[in-house]
Design a protein around this ligand. Structure first.
Ligand SMILES: C[S@@+](CC[C@H](N)C(=O)[O-])C[C@H]1O[C@@H](n2cnc3c(N)ncnc32)[C@H](O)[C@@H]1O
Length: 309
């Protein structure tokens, strides 16, 4: 692989641990031959993709990457996003500049006639055809975007009354029960809002939650990566997340290796909700993304598998 600075380098000898910009997952060959993987937390607002962003510039200058994944749902207010984030194609163009050494593909899954029911994925990887991550035991990534939160549930995330601090919000909402083994660091915003990051003490899994409780545009996101579906049932995690917020609408994006494995998670019925749309997308390296939209209203669910753009 050739680095951005033009020096030939061996990816197995030139990679360090680093903090990744929000929304990226990265596979990295370690000096001893192991593969390290990183994925930053999901964030509902624009991730820092700007070329002027110092961490990302430093990141690309120093490190050689073998695989990058950037994914997000459609923005609810795209026109309120900063430049480069008003459309996915703009983001893709900029990412392609960063990752010109890699083979990149961009995908859109979802309901083409409903703008906010779409999921965008950018993948860039080396031409060596390596899997995205370490193997079949990489675990599953679950990403949920929830809107129209139930008022009583959202009220927990208002600090304005002086009643609740982060730990109380975590316990009262049920966030502490989603994956009880995760060690949590959380923060309450003033006068409202909540963010948390959790990591699995004995494994690579992490989870993250961000809550915007304001009535009229309430929103919560949940992401967990590295879930071992042998020990944690995805349906149970989804149910516990929904119990925290009781959203009127939500989407789920599940990323997993192998279509057979993804089929298993496709079957999940969610009590009290009707699936509006399912999309499947294959990624390089044998990975699949299953994207679903749910609504509290009763509607039929259709399956769509879009062609590669
Ligand atoms: C939990 S923060 C997370 C924002 C982040 N962009 C996300 O959604 O992933 C958003 C909530 O915190 C509130 N908030 C209060 N002060 C804030 C600040 N300084 N920056 C961002 N959000 C703030 C917002 O009104 C909103 O309810």
């Amino acid at each position: 692989m050739e680095r951005k600075d033009g020096n030939k380098t061996n990816s197995s000898r030139n990679c360090l641990q680093y903090e990744v910009p929000l929304g990226y997952s990265i596979e990295d060959i370690r000096p001893n031959g192991g593969i390290q993987k990183f994925r930053s937390a999901a964030y509902s607002n624009a991730p820092p993709l700007h070329s002027s962003n110092p961490p990302i510039c430093k990141f690309f200058a120093i490190h050689c990457l073998s695989c990058v994944i950037y994914s997000r749902g459609s923005f609810i207010f795209p026109d309120h996003q900063p430049a480069l984030h008003r459309s996915f194609s703009e983001e893709v163009a900029m990412l392609n500049e960063f990752f010109s050494d890699l083979i990149a593909e961009a995908y859109g899954i979802g309901d083409p006639v409903v703008p906010h029911r779409n999921w965008h994925i950018y993948s860039a990887m080396s031409g060596e055809g390596k899997p995205l991550m370490n193997g079949d035991d990489d675990g599953v990534t679950l990403e949920m975007c929830m809107t129209a939160l139930e008022r009583e549930k959202a009220a927990v995330f208002f600090k304005g009354s002086g009643k609740y601090r982060a730990q109380e919000m975590r316990n009262l909402s049920g966030i502490s029960d989603i994956i009880p083994s995760h060690v949590i660091c959380d923060f309450e915003f003033d006068p409202y809002g909540y963010s948390m990051n959790g990591i699995e003490g004995r494994g690579p899994a992490y989870s993250t939650v961000h809550v915007t409780p304001e009535d009229g545009f309430s929103y919560a996101s949940y992401e967990a990566m590295g879930l071992d579906t042998g020990s944690v049932k995805l349906e149970d995690v989804v149910r516990r997340v929904l119990r925290c917020f009781s959203p009127g609408e939500f989407s789920i994006a599940v990323t997993c290796r192998g279509v057979a494995r993804c089929r298993a998670v496709e079957d999940a019925n969610v009590e009290g909700y009707t699936c509006q749309n399912i999309g499947n997308q294959e990624l390089p390296g044998g990975w699949w993304v299953v994207y679903r939209n749910y609504s509290a209203r009763n509607k039929e669910c259709g399956v769509t598998t879009p062609p590669r753009p």
